[in-house]
Design a protein around this ligand. Sequence first.
Ligand code: RIB
Ligand code: CA
Length: 316
Amino acid sequence: MPQKIIIDTDPGVDDAMAIFFALRSPELDVIGLTTIFGNVETELATTNALRLLEQAGRTDIPVANGADNPLTGPFGGPVPFVHGDDGQGNTNFPPPTTRPIDQTAAQFIVEQVMAAPGEITLVPIGPLTNIALALRLEPRIAENVKAVVLMGGNALVPGNATPAAEANIHNDPEAADVVFGADWDVTMVGLDVTHKVNMTPAHLDRYAASGDPLARIIAQIVPFYRAYFERSFPGAQGIYVHDSSAIAYLIDPALFTVERWPVRVETQGFSRGKTWPTLPSGNSGVLPPWQNRPLVNVCVAVDAARLLALELGRLT
Ligand code: RIB
Ligand code: CA
């Protein structure tokens, strides 16, 4: 039986790649997309999510519109220099003809999880606001989801939004601290692994050469995103694989080495958004900020070659 998943997303070029990767994977049954601000404003995230499903011929999958702002304070703003003004590499594809459902993202998540106890995995690949709101709406989802597998955070490596913090967590640290603190099975697929997965120009060429229409779309949206990486990371060629790494974890968790640590999120000062695990050595696990916190599966190493082969094999 394929795993039922809800992808909570801020598309975003790498979100688009992850959604197509999931849709092309028989191990996964995408039962809904929920949208969130991050790479773009939430309204544009919803537009893009609907269009991606149209492009994939999967308008049977519902899209629920998510929160416009973090739990506390206003959204810090989109990143058009990374994903383009349209969030899809300035490809300016036509608007979708479909509409989101009437439920909010949080309502949709609660309804789906409570209707299928133990069956649904939440896959947030943007800021964690909708997930925290769903927990607030119905705390019993914690015991009724199968798992949460999220792209975000940085345990033992620097951030990307700031020297301290990864972008998804930085966009709503309070929500992230709620999600890491709830009593459910959370896996953090963060920069510790995604910055080790480099999709090279040769890999990317395979999308353009592929006969799969979704691969051809990826070939169109990626160049703007790739140019950002190559300008921003000295010596980089191609892109880092962020959101698709969470999809790869769902399909084959053995690709990853995982440590189980409690995680707190810094909500103050210039380190706002930093995810702090307890260290493997020392006794910080018993200190108050981490006391009585659940263990999170933190991905710390990855077989990048096998992950890339898995993702590319699905679309090229
Ligand atoms: O830090 C990488 C994450 O931030 C990815 O989810 C990317 O899409 C952006 O949202
Ligand atoms: Ca994302």
